[in-house]
Design a protein around this ligand. Structure first.
Ligand code: SF4
Length: 486
């Protein structure tokens, strides 16, 4: 229940503050108030809005005075009386209303610095914003946090946050991140924990630089902050052909295997001490080392799934959940599954299941990123031009590409070719497949959706990476028992 009053004031705000409204829910309070898309919500009860965190916090009150700026420049106000749990029904074009804060670092291994000479402007955003970390799980480095930020994080209980540590040794962190501010990582982490934050952390490892003893020390220091630090991801550095740093290189298979061994030893130690593995290894390292992935249970709820940690296991779990729908036969023509090098290694492990389907002709088509170089193996960095150059014409009745080859909200590839242009070049349509195992199985055989299993989210999609699974399937309970015995 709510009531409202609406009145206009003819004064034009010179500034453009507040949140740009991109949608109004039908039947909502906002619709009844006459609030329109392209208006800006400036303040609630006199409090200016910096971001959607302010909006969510302030709009929970029962009595609201909204200050808005119409698209024609007129300021108007709305008064609302509503139940506490009632929402206004306003959607915004962005989560952060002022500028997303960029990083103050010059990291030696920065991936953004290795993009092609003329990348899309949105790809150049070096965000380092605690609000995006809270809202979207992006990583911060702590080097641009000021007193006001710590106070706001504490006041609004902004937790968990995602924190790029890379190394806890102060000298090496300064050197790696190109700023003296990077030295203060341990006090910064401690302060965040003291004000109530839980932290998911990551260590981007450059072979020969912050691995070995540095990695061991980082794990010592971060694990000592448990349960304030609730997860640690060990992720290999990513390099493109535009890298100019001589001392940066990729892991060799042998180095990847040694790293896995070293980290798995620490996992066993942490399980004995804390009851959790605490540190998790990126899928890419298992692929590089040619090792099987741990099963889904190992990832303890997938705390860093968006970071490429456990995606393969989740994909496999999803695939298994839909396997009972696998048909005995398929009477269509050949299918091509377009993917990157990592995705192909993973998808190949599904072939034993797929080979049981009579009449199915399916090829996995691993594409090389000519744009960024062969060292870039994620399907999300495959471009439209890569597809046009490498996918054979007329061989497949159906071609599937993963959704992460396209921009998040548009049918455009990384090199700005549109889906339509690539389809025209190939002379056939491309089917977009979701990045989840159950979805892939259903799409391949055009099967209906099923009611989701309550035990896990079989339809969880991820957009940033593209791993399937190469693990030998181990029953989760059996695996947990083995871990406990260790
Ligand atoms: S913090 Fe991230 S974006 Fe900024 S320089 Fe370092 S790696 Fe690049």
């Amino acid at each position: 229940m709510y009531s409202y009053a609406l009145f206009a004031e003819v004064s034009v705000l010179a500034r453009e503050k507040g949140g740009l409204i991109s949608g109004i829910l039908p039947g909502s309070i906002a619709e009844e108030l006459g609030i329109e898309v392209r208006d800006r919500l400036i303040s609630i009860n006199g409090q200016p809005l910096e971001d959607i965190i302010d909006y969510n916090f302030l709009s929970a009150d029962e009595l609201l005075q909204l200050e808005l700026l119409a698209a024609d420049g007129e300021t108007y106000y709305c008064e609302v009386e509503k139940d506490e749990e009632e929402e206004l029904g306003i959607m915004f074009s962005a989560n952060v209303f002022d500028r997303i804060r960029s990083c103050a670092n010059r990291c030696h291994f920065c991936f953004i610095d290795q993009l092609q000479p003329d990348p899309r402007p949105s790809m150049l955003l070096k965000d380092d914003d605690y609000r995006m970390s809270f809202l979207e799980g992006s990583f911060i480095t702590g080097t641009n946090l000021i007193e006001k930020d710590f106070q706001r994080i504490e006041r609004l209980h902004l937790s968990p946050l995602y924190f790029s540590v890379h190394v806890t040794d102060a000298d090496l962190r300064e050197q790696l991140m190109g700023t003296k501010r990077a030295r203060e990582v341990m006090p910064t982490l401690q302060r965040l924990i003291d004000i109530g934050c839980e932290l998911h952390t990551q260590l981007v490892i450059c072979p020969g630089i912050n691995d070995g003893e540095y990695l061991q020390k980082s794990l010592d220091d971060l694990s000592a902050l448990y349960p304030g630090v609730i997860s640690i991801a060990v992720v290999p550095v990513g390099l493109t052909k535009f890298n100019t740093k001589d001392d940066l290189r990729l892991f060799t298979p042998q180095e990847a295997a040694e790293l896995i061994d070293a980290v798995e030893a620490r996992q066993a130690e942490f399980r004995a001490k804390y009851g959790t593995s605490l540190v998790y290894i990126a899928d890419e390292l298992y692929i590089k080392a040619g090792r099987p992935f741990p099963p889904a249970a190992h990832y303890e709820g997938f705390p860093q799934i968006e970071n490429g940690v456990g995606m393969a296991a989740l994909f496999h779990q999803q695939w298994q959940s839909a396997l009972h729908q696998l048909p005995e036969s398929y009477d269509g023509g050949p299918i091509g599954l377009v993917t990157g090098i990592n995705g192909a290694a993973v998808l190949r492990q599904l072939l034993p299941d797929l080979q049981k389907v009579q009449g199915l002709q399916l090829d996995i088509l691993p594409l090389v990123s000519e744009f960024y170089g062969e060292s870039v193996t994620a399907s999300g960095l495959i471009t439209g031009s890569d597809i046009l150059r490498q996918v054979p014409r007329g061989k497949y009745e159906r071609l599937l590409i993963p959704t992460n080859m396209l921009k998040f909200d548009e049918d455009i590839f990384l090199d700005d070719l549109t889906l339509e242009e690539v389809e025209a070049g190939l002379g056939q349509e491309l089917e977009i497949n979701l990045n989840n195992g159950a979805g892939l199985l259903r799409q391949l055989f055009r099967l209906p959706e099923e009611e989701p299993d309550e035990d896990f989210d079989a339809d969880f999609d991820y957009d940033d990476e593209d791993y399937g699974v190469i693990c030998e399937y181990i029953e989760d309970e059996e695996y947990i028992e083995e871990e406990e015995e260790e």
